[in-house]
Design a protein. Sequence first.
Length: 289
Amino acid sequence: AKLNALKQEKSDLMEELQRIEAEIEEEDSKNAHLRERADVFSKMPEKKLVFSGKMGKANDTEDFEMKPHITYPMEEGTALITFEEEDVAIKILEMRKHKVDLGEECRIIVEAQPVHLMMPSLVEIDTEICPQRILISNLPKMDTETMQNKLEIHFSKSKNGGGEVDCCEFLPDSGTVVITFVEKNIAERLTETEHHEVKLTQTKHKVRVTPFINGKITNLETRTSMCRRTVLLTGIPNIMDQETLQDMLEIHFQKNGNGGGEIEAFLYNPLGQHTLALFSNVSSEDTEE
């Protein structure tokens, strides 16, 4: 009986040991992921920043405002008008039906409707280091194609710590270059040395090599909002060429006597065509829930 009790105790201890080892392995995995995240932010490309604003308490929080680019499919025989003033758009919507004079006793009746957009209200992004790409910054101003060729040649040589390059891409918004390698271990090896001297012109230039960060959206919440200054016109017949009819509509809705006002943007999509309107940098000032 004592031997059986000891065997049971040993079995219980082995199970407890396996459980603890599994927990340790899970914690090690979490720590490795956290170290990688810390490494990501410590190796971000340098960018000059200017901070302005008022001082506040440490526990004060600020809302993060996103300005998305929204593609809006327009139906045939419609137009989008964005007025400079919100009051003008409200007046046009209240009048609803508008009689537009096209000259020579020709008139059309169009209807004004509000524009509703699907806006993101919450976005959560998970980041990780790409094992096959590097981000090159601190580049001189020169011909883009020449610079890409010089960088690809330099980082494809094994004596420079590089390897076979799959593609080399220039990012115009940040003025940086992304190089993708065929093998996975090359990018990590190159980023261990932050600065590399590359012969881009007659002399060598010191560039900064950092990891390329992939982002994946893990959570996205949206809300429907109405544009404050943009109005949709529907029921526009195809009775003259596109440019002339657009000019006539724009002239009509710009006159104060017709309830209109100064127009910031105008886009007309005639019958028989498919058009996508782009709402760029839409903010809370332009929309309401």
